[in-house]
Design a protein around this ligand. Sequence first.
Ligand SMILES: [Zn+2]
Length: 58
Amino acid sequence: MPRGKSTNVYLSCKECKMQNYTTRINKKKTTKLEHNKFCASCKKMTPHASGSEIKHSS
Ligand SMILES: [Zn+2]
């Protein structure tokens, strides 16, 4: 597992703000990310934006 290069972040629906997905981004290259994904809460495809970092407590 590479450490310090990529970060796990939540992808949250821009309409209902539900954190439906997670993805890995390289914070040095990517600050904002957006994907069209299916939102179970909205029951349709919506833009999902990268949001808060997933912290691992280990
Ligand atoms: Zn939604």
